[in-house]
Design a binder for this molecule. Structure first.
Ligand SMILES: NC(=O)c1ccc[n+]([C@@H]2O[C@H](COP(=O)([O-])OP(=O)(O)OC[C@H]3O[C@@H](n4cnc5c(N)ncnc54)[C@H](O)[C@@H]3O)[C@@H](O)[C@H]2O)c1
Length: 316
């Protein structure tokens, strides 16, 4: 089966490539090496994925619709996993229009090109951010809870992109799986996220800044996310939306307690909540469990141990 991954040089894309190559899929990756973080890290991620086996890679920007359509013509992919986007809440507040381009316009270009190319299944990477802020009332979010009342331009772009995915499924009839990822971490984690930021500081023996120490995130280890994507690929069924998380929210305070086992010198100071950050994310994973057989396997302790092991080698 021929599969296309967009954003394939990214954190999740490169891990997914590794897994799908091992499963024997005929795989092609595209990526534009967006400057959100270093091209060198993305090249290293691609090199890491290549250790698992062969796949094709093309440097293509989804914003160039003409190039994209020409490139897709005659390539006969059956499935597309659309991970390409610019992520991150603070950057979306600083430069919201980029998110309309890279997270919505690029998605529409891909959806239209996929429909015209006769692709049978599109998997879209959405985000827990579509659930907005719980306003201090902590409970697990179910897929039906998202109502567009979001807390940042990034979240608005993901919510909007989901809607375009459904529109293009209705126009072209492909199967559509929308996956809402909850704070993914692991080796090669994106450098703007809390865990790699903390590890970078800890390796340099610097103090951590905790924005809103009681805020909680449903940290999900990368291998569990990859398993969820893999299961969704194998189970196309009309139009479906699933949460992929660990189902276990962890406060920043608890996260630093677990990190201290690896970095006993850990020092921290507290800072106020940042604009656009939500109080908590918490995935209800019952739907993914019952319909896809998704079952996260990694505890925070185990996931962090693997991540710290990688960080000590790569981040030095
Ligand atoms: N990492 C997380 O915790 C998390 C959580 C929720 C949702 N997501 C979503 O999952 C997807 C992958 O996230 P990630 O953490 O791997 O991010 P990433 O930044 O590592 O990967 C995204 C890749 O997309 C590429 N890209 C961006 N715009 C492009 C364009 N126009 N054309 C081609 N390539 C382009 C980038 O160069 C990058 O390599 C994103 O859609 C993100 O919003 C991630």
């Amino acid at each position: 089966m021929r599969i296309l991954i967009t954003g394939g040089a990214g954190f999740i894309g490169s891990h997914l490539a590794k897994r799908l190559v091992k499963e024997g899929y005929d795989l092609t990756l595209i990526d534009s090496f967006h400057s959100y973080y270093s091209k060198q890290q993305k090249l290293d991620q691609l090199a890491e994925a290549k250790k698992a086996g062969e796949f094709e890679f093309y440097e293509i920007d989804l914003l160039d619709e003409i190039q994209l359509k020409e490139w897709l013509t005659g390539r006969s992919f059956q499935k597309v996993i659309h991970l390409a986007a610019i992520p991150g809440v603070p950057a979306s507040i600083a430069d919201p229009l980029q998110y309309i381009d890279y997270d919505i316009k690029a998605t529409v270009n891909l959806l239209r090109a996929s429909g015209e190319a006769g692709i049978s299944h599109v998997v879209f990477a959405s985000s827990s951010s579509v659930y907005g802020d719980s306003g201090g009332k902590r409970r697990a979010s179910k897929e039906g809870d998202a109502d567009g009342n979001v807390a940042s331009p990034y979240a608005a772009a993901k919510f909007g992109a989901e809607s375009f995915c459904r529109a293009y499924r209705n126009l072209y009839g492909f199967d559509l799986t929308i996956l809402r990822f909850f704070t993914v971490y692991g080796p090669w984690a994106r450098p703007d996220m809390a865990i790699p930021i903390f590890m970078n500081k800890l390796l340099r023996k610097e103090k951590l800044h905790l924005y809103n120490q009681n805020s909680a995130r449903d940290y999900t280890y990368i291998d569990d996310i990859i398993e969820g994507i893999y299961l969704s690929l194998k189970n196309p069924a009309g139009e479906k939306t699933y949460n992929l998380g660990s189902g276990n929210p962890v406060t920043l305070e608890t996260l630093t307690t677990v990190l201290r086992k690896h970095f006993p010198q850990l020092e921290k100071e507290y800072a106020p909540k940042r604009m656009g950050d939500v109080d908590a994310t918490w995935a209800d994973i019952e739907k993914a469990t019952s319909e896809l057989g998704y079952q996260p396997r990694f505890s925070l302790e185990e996931g962090l141990e693997r991540t710290v092991h990688w960080g000590r080698t790569y981040l030095r």
